[in-house]
Design a protein around this ligand. Sequence first.
Ligand SMILES: [Zn+2]
Length: 464
Amino acid sequence: MIRTLFANGQVLDCTGATPKSKASVLVEGNKIIAVGAASDVEAAANKAGDHKTIDAAGMTIMPGIIDCHVHPSYGDVLSFEELDIHVGVEYRTLRATLALKKVLRAGVTSIGAPGGHYNINVALRDAVNAGLIEGPRIAAGGHYISTYNAIGSPWPSHMEHPKSSFSVLCNTREEMVVQARREIKDGVDIIKVAGDGDSLTSSGELSGSIDHDDLKAIADVTHRMGRRCTIHSRSGRASRDAASAGFDWLIHCSFMSDDDLGVVLKHRTPINPTLSLIANTLDWGPDLGLTDRILDGYKRELEAASRILTKAHKAGVMIMAGTDSGQGSVPYGEWHAREMEHLMTYLGMSAMDALIAGTKNAAFVLNMQDRIGTIEVGKLADILVVDGNPLHDIRVLQDKARLKIIMKDGVIVDTSEKLRDPTVYAWEKPMLYWPDPRMPTQEFVRQHARNKPGWMQQPPRAAE
Ligand SMILES: [Zn+2]
């Protein structure tokens, strides 16, 4: 049995306990078998036999980050066309294997994948577990179950909903239950519902037409089959209805009223706010040419989310960190740890609470709170050794150079091979005739074009 001793660091176990300095952690196989004072754990290691020692002096030993909201099949998309139409299932799956490597190397040892294309998340989960590909542990969701008027229905009704979409349209309760059964038959851990829209959907309105009894029917069949369900719910109505219908956790909940929050509290439903998608968009959208319509919508949303979710946290709702990585504003492997910083900035969390949101609490989405998310004896060995103290500055977790060791399931991740982004094929992107929306009118050509027609440069003279 292979043993690893993380020696003499600060152990931040993410249970909420005060961190212990001059402390060590002993791993045997894929389990943590001792945690405590450096001298005691070293004695235990010597007694156990051969082991490798990692000197963690001056560093923090903590659990691997858990990002409960990643979409490996998306591909860092910039449009609904890219999300739903371009790229077939085979290439999409292969491309996702690189996404998983990037995520793991950002110190994220487990992810929730609430929704995606085809049955890709399930295949990725199984391939990671089989040792076929490198990646974090995955709780896999399949297609979003979506009505018209929700985020899973971005296409106008004069065209057919594409089979390649991340969502399946279900507009009657019967269809919803059938689709949930089918997802479960296909091996998902998570049933994902699109409860309403957002500022990017074609209607531009926050709407959704699924009702409480629809949600209850989905939750019932999901739970009967031992699976869990979650919902994209930005509105108060969808958040409240899903909580009272028995949904296991809610995603976004930005526009809840105090009454809606009361319902969520009553049902003790955890929330994954997913601030990264919005905050990153607002931070860098202007530099990247994002339209004012999206920026204004997200600004309003961040203000509303900040107000109600600060209250939710204070009132004791379990907050779980997740980023929506795979969307263009949150590329894979880049911003997972920043969600914890956002939870401090916008929800007024302490560094300790934010760290717990990104470890112990987020383990809930994988239904593995008893096995991952903290550094405790008997838990799986998902461990980070970080150069710095995240309790003093949570941003150290965003600096990959400071993640000295990433261990997942007892195995240290080899980060020496540099990951290269592959060639992007033209067919992965929607074709724009030209990216600048201005047309070559005569006025444009007169003012901007380098190659003006001869007659503009020199008006023709009448023949003598
Ligand atoms: Zn998402």
